[in-house]
Design a protein. Structure first.
Length: 257
């Protein structure tokens, strides 16, 4: 279930860097403007849970983007482990050097819809159970439909729709999909279904390997709840300024609605 404060589109910065020190530098530069940080396979493989705990200790939200895809039992256990990343925070110190005793949930976690219905159902059940067990708000599980770097044009909309439908039926909270499919997903699955949109590029920015890109304005207008931005912020000369410009564009799109 999506609460009211989540109806506004929010910016997520993808911390696609190689080391904890680089990630910490970015978080520190961005934390006045940005509330949600994405930890993906590049960074998590490099430094593991410490970066998740650091983000939580700054009172910020974590999107753990490890795109789980395995047998149902393994994915369910991986989801349980992901939720546990927000527990036992006594080894993390806050700004006053006090241990953070409270458990804190992760906001979002990804898995591949390609893993199938049984895998997603196991994952959805594990997420509910583990959040209850450690007493945190349930992590939103979102399924990858078709990667935004995928340019196949023939049946992409049908494929996204099919996979989103399976995700919903299996108990996931939403999907990751490009801005080009967001409006269709919103009208098909309603306001409570979470849409996370990567492949966001401010006007004139370098597209990189992304194929199905959109401006922040268009993604908001298409109904995305969360806009994931990596390189346009992380590689910018002034990351905080780049983030502020994108936040302005999000705000403008919201006002125009
Ligand atoms: O640098 P850029 O803005 O393209 O980064 C997009 C981020 O979103 C990357 O971390 C990428 O792994 C992630 N992502 C994606 N497409 C998906 C799911 C996640 O680009 N379907």
């Amino acid at each position: 279930m999506v609460n009211e404060t989540m109806k506004k589109s929010k910016l997520i910065v993808a911390l696609d860097v190689d080391t904890f020190e680089q990630a910490r530098g970015l978080i520190d530069q961005l934390k006045n403007d940005v509330d949600i940080f994405k930890v993906g396979s590049q960074l998590f493989t490099a430094c593991g849970p410490v970066v998740v705990r650091y983000i939580l200790a700054q009172q910020k939200e974590v999107f753990l983007d490890l795109k789980f895809h395995d047998i149902p039992n393994t994915v369910a256990n991986a989801v349980t482990s992901a939720i546990n990343l927000g527990s036992k925070m006594h080894d993390v110190l806050d700004d006053n050097q006090q241990p953070l005793e409270a458990n804190k949930g992760l906001l979002l976690c990804t898995l591949h819809t390609l893993g199938g219905q049984e895998m997603m159902e196991y994952a959805a059940r594990a997420a509910v159970k583990q959040a209850q067990t450690i007493g945190v708000t349930k992590t939103l599980l979102v399924g990858i439909t078709v990667l935004t770097s995928d340019a196949k044009t023939d049946n992409i909309r049908d494929l996204v729709l099919q996979r989103a439908s399976l995700a919903k039926k299996s108990g996931l909270d939403g999907v990751v999909a490009s801005s080009q499919e967001a409006a269709m997903i919103r009208s098909e699955f309603g306001d409570d279904f979470v849409i996370v949109t990567p492949g966001i590029r401010p006007q004139g920015a370098d597209v990189g390997d992304q194929k199905r890109v959109a401006t922040p304005f268009d993604a908001v207008r298409a109904g995305s709840d969360f806009l994931v931005v990596g390189r346009p912020i992380v590689k910018a000369e002034h990351p905080a300024q780049a983030a502020q410009q994108i936040l302005q564009q999000i705000e403008q799109a919201q006002q125009a609605q």
